[in-house]
Design a protein around this ligand. Structure first.
Ligand SMILES: [Ca+2]
Ligand SMILES: [Ca+2]
Ligand SMILES: [Ca+2]
Length: 149
């Protein structure tokens, strides 16, 4: 009937959809939650907190003995680090800086941070953060225990 009103209605619906979509993005993008001082950079301390809260170490430590040995590290690397390249990211011995038989949580976390800090500036940017949280299809940022890393 009133053809002139239809486009306006369409625009209104489109606007509503767009605002819903942007809300979803804001909810899913939890960078701000991990970026405790809100300087738009995730530093090592902030990363350590995020890592600990998400209990990532236990996903690598398959036998739950509190360390990650070379076979566990190899398995975790194949599972979680999709872009892993030994010449670029180092071998087990490079990550296992203490030189003991297996890797502590600190050692593994430093390796992971370095892996995702692709520009090497000692901070995770939003893009680097997304690469970290978005791998292995874990989905929601809060995770259910079987997500990334
Ligand atoms: Ca920060
Ligand atoms: Ca272990
Ligand atoms: Ca960086």
């Amino acid at each position: 009937m009133n053809a002139a009103k239809l486009p306006l209605f369409g625009i209104a619906v489109l606007g509503l959809l767009l605002s819903v979509a942007s809300c979803r993005v804001a909810e899913e993008d939890t960078y701000g939650r991990w970026d405790a001082d809100a300087d738009a950079r995730l530093d090592r301390n902030e990363f350590t907190t995020a890592w600990g809260e998400a209990a990532y170490f236990s996903r690598w430590d398959a036998n739950r003995d509190g360390t990650v040995d070379e076979s566990e590290w190899n398995a975790g690397r194949n599972t979680y680090l999709s872009r892993y390249d030994e010449t670029q990211h180092g071998a087990f011995t490079d990550w296992n800086t203490s030189g003991s038989g297996s890797m502590s949580e600190d050692e593994l976390r430093v390796g992971i941070f370095t892996y995702y800090d692709t520009d090497g500036d000692n901070y995770l940017s939003q893009d680097e953060y997304r690469a970290w949280r978005g791998t292995s299809g874990g989905g929601s940022a809060t995770g259910s225990g079987t997500g990334s890393n």
